[in-house]
Structure formats: structure tokens, C-alpha cells
Write a protein that binds this ligand. Structure first.
Ligand code: SF4
Length: 210
């Protein structure tokens, strides 16, 4: 089963156009300053079989693609993650962006054959790789820190590589759920997180960053 910490049908701040976003549960890294700590091992999650998640994506009309993040997507069962992406690519023309704490070179090590991650990688248009480093957080668009790189694994967005690498504006989306909890999507700046967290603590409000 795929373990999903959170999903959002329509998001404009984690990749080009309007995208459905799936945040997978769990990450073995502990990057200082990670905003996705609600995705760690003790956080709540829902379990889905791949066709269920694929149907949810396919039901979201007028989106350009999906973004998968976490947590660490590559900690999920790889055969099920590959099945999810296979179903989406088979039935739609949606693009796939994927965030990972791994370096691309770690995922693409083949040892003479196909990498064990290749069944997933083959469906990804753009991989955004590398762990978050607070001291390299320079406000770049769609990236938490400068060490993270865009890998254009297909032609889908390759012609936009220069623009993507140069873009520095960051945007976030903030929603209030039915329980009065703030849900924050995107890549917020360190200053913003600190100020908001302090302000919310003063008011006894819980925020969920992802
Ligand atoms: S790899 Fe990503 S999700 Fe995992 S701890 Fe680091 S920043 Fe957080």
C-alpha cells in the first residue's frame, strides 16, 4: 500500500501550472529545518492501492500534471509507486514532477543493468533532487536549497531549463481546514516559517507545512 500523508487536488506553487500534489509519508533523513516534519514516521497517513490514487488524480480536471513529494517518495514500495505512475501516464498526458532527498546519481546507479529505481524514474519528467540544506536556502523557485537540482528526464520541460534554474520568486498557498488547522503548501522561506510559527504559537493555532 502507498502511504499518503496528504494530498491536494489543485496547487499552483509546486511546479508549472495547476497540479495535483501527493505528499508521501515517511522520510529517514532528518534535514535540519525541514518543513515537512509532519510527514515523518510518527505522523498520520492514509493507505491507498495504486489504482485508487490514480483514479483520484484522473478525477481532478484541468490540471497540467502531478507533483509527488514527501517525505521521501522513494521510500514507498517501488512496484506500487511505478504502478501509480504507469496508470497516470497510460491514461492521461499529465506531467510528473518528483521531489526526493536522494541525489539523482544514487537513484540511477545501475550496476550493469537497470537501476532498481528505473521503473519509477522512467515516468518522471522532472526530478528535483537532494536533501534540504538550510545554509543554501536562497529563495529559489520550487527548490528548498541551492544544492537541489532540476533533472529534466524527458523533453516535456527541457526547453524551460534556463528559466527554471534562474527563477527566484517563491509562492505558498495557505488553507484553513474544517478543524481550524492551517495547511501550507509550497516552499516557504526560512524567515516566513519562523515568523509564522511564532505568531501561530502565540495564538495557539496548529500549522501543517508540506
Ligand atoms: S529529505 Fe526532504 S522530507 Fe526528508 S528530511 Fe530532508 S527535507 Fe525533509
Amino acid at each position: 500500500m502507498l502511504q499518503v500523508a496528504r494530498k491536494k487536488a489543485f496547487c499552483k506553487v509546486l511546479g508549472p501550472g495547476v497540479r495535483s500534489v501527493i505528499w508521501f509519508h515517511g522520510c529517514f533523513r532528518r534535514c535540519p529545518g525541514c518543513v515537512a516534519d509532519t510527514m515523518n514516521e510518527v505522523a498520520e497517513y492514509e493507505s491507498f492501492i495504486p489504482p485508487q490514487l490514480a483514479d483520484w488524480v484522473k478525477g481532478n480536471t484541468d490540471i497540467e500534471g502531478i507533483t509527488i513529494s514527501g517525505g521521501e517518495p522513494f521510500m514507498q514500495p517501488l512496484d506500487e509507486l511505478a504502478e501509480l505512475l504507469t496508470l497516470i501516464k497510460r491514461d492521461t498526458d499529465l506531467s510528473v514532477l518528483c521531489y526526493t532527498g536522494y541525489r539523482y546519481e544514487e537513484l540511477n546507479v545501475s550496476g550493469g543493468g537497470l537501476s532498481r529505481y528505473s521503473s519509477v524514474l522512467q515516468h518522471i519528467d522532472v526530478l528535483i533532487d537532494g536533501e534540504y540544506r538550510q545554509d543554501e536556502d536562497f529563495g529559489q523557485r520550487w527548490r528548498g536549497s541551492a544544492n537541489q537540482r532540476f533533472h529534466f528526464l524527458t523533453e516535456r520541460y527541457r526547453s524551460q531549463a534556463d528559466e527554471w534554474n534562474a527563477a527566484v520568486e517563491r509562492q505558498i498557498e495557505i488553507e484553513l481546514d474544517m478543524n481550524g488547522k492551517l495547511l501550507i503548501s509550497g516552499v516557504p522561506s526560512k524567515d516566513f516559517i519562523n515568523k509564522l510559527t511564532n505568531e501561530l504559537q502565540r495564538r495557539d493555532v496548529t500549522a501543517d507545512f508540506s
